[in-house]
Design a protein around this ligand. Structure first.
Ligand SMILES: [Zn+2]
Length: 284
């Protein structure tokens, strides 16, 4: 199996996987979704009683939403997760950390949130205690609106988890793949190259040096419009989807970078397959 990079940005990956079978791609997709860990807020302490500001003015610690809803919304805010620490196994789930649930930098990140109305509380109002790099990358996720004299004071703790446990720990989203077809063009039989370019809905073709060229086969959606006699000419184009090359794409919520997610998921699969192989050998 080979993975070629097409485009990997901060929270999106597009790669070509060749020499792979569909069952492997599906295992890879599912592993990305449920086994790549990330940090997410799962403990929230909401201050009760009056909140005073520097001028001595007091605010009621009430909001229009139930505390549970605010806690849930904070849990779904993507918290940056150090990819290097994740791959080096320095970050650990709370239960597996050497600190024995005391809480340390390997297993938790603490945040504070202190805001007074009238205002909208956003994810960007979460202040990490310690490294500023741990501030949520998307600062504009609304949490709650505060009116005059309302205030909110929260301490929140993020721990490491996976999508298997709860959606708040799902780092990878919208993972999917499609085959990249082999497109054979018989130039002599192509009647109208421009009609092929114009009728392809996904921009596969271009005209280069007066001949038709399948420039972007990875964008093909297998609609087979180009194979039609009226579009290209009789037997002019053949689209063969039975290949072992696939276009694979996914997004992350910004907590984990896509390259870390790919490496982590492949390691999980490798360990799982070798466990399976060992069990098979024991049965012999
Ligand atoms: Zn710890």
């Amino acid at each position: 199996m080979k993975i070629e990079k097409i485009n990997i940005s901060e929270n999106r990956a597009e790669v070509i996987i060749s020499n792979a079978e569909v069952h492997f791609l599906n295992a890879f997709r599912r592993t990305l979704l449920i086994d790549v860990p990330k940090m997410a807020i799962d403990k929230v302490e909401i201050h009760l009683g009056a909140i005073s500001d520097e001028t001595g003015r007091t605010y009621e610690s009430t909001t229009p939403l139930f505390d549970e809803i605010i806690a849930h919304r904070l849990g779904m805010v993507p918290v940056p997760t150090d990819g290097e620490a994740l791959l080096n196994d320095h970050l650990k789930p709370e239960a597996e950390c050497d600190c024995a649930n005391a809480g340390c930098q390997n297993c938790q990140v603490m945040f504070s949130l202190n805001k007074r109305g009238p205002a909208t509380v956003y994810s960007g109002d979460l202040e990490p205690l310690g490294d500023e790099k741990l501030k949520p990358k998307d600062p504009k996720i609304p949490i709650v609106k505060l009116t005059e004299d309302e205030g909110i004071l929260i301490y929140a703790i993020a721990h490491l988890g996976t999508g298997k446990m709860h959606a708040r720990w799902q780092a990878v989203h919208a993972a999917g793949y499609r085959p990249i077809p082999e497109i054979t063009i018989n130039q002599k039989k192509v009647n109208d190259p421009e009609s092929v370019v114009d009728n392809c809905p996904s921009g596969v073709y271009e005209i280069s040096k007066k001949s038709l060229n399948a420039k972007n086969p990875e964008t093909c959606i297998l609609c087979r419009t180009c194979e039609h006699e009226d579009i290209s000419g009789k037997d002019a184009i053949k689209v063969n989807a039975n290949t072992s090359r696939y276009f694979f794409k996914f997004e992350t919520d910004g907590a984990v970078d896509p390259k870390t997610a790919i490496i982590y998921a492949l390691r999980v699969l490798e360990a799982r397959y070798s466990d399976f192989q060992e069990s098979l050998e024991e049965m012999k």
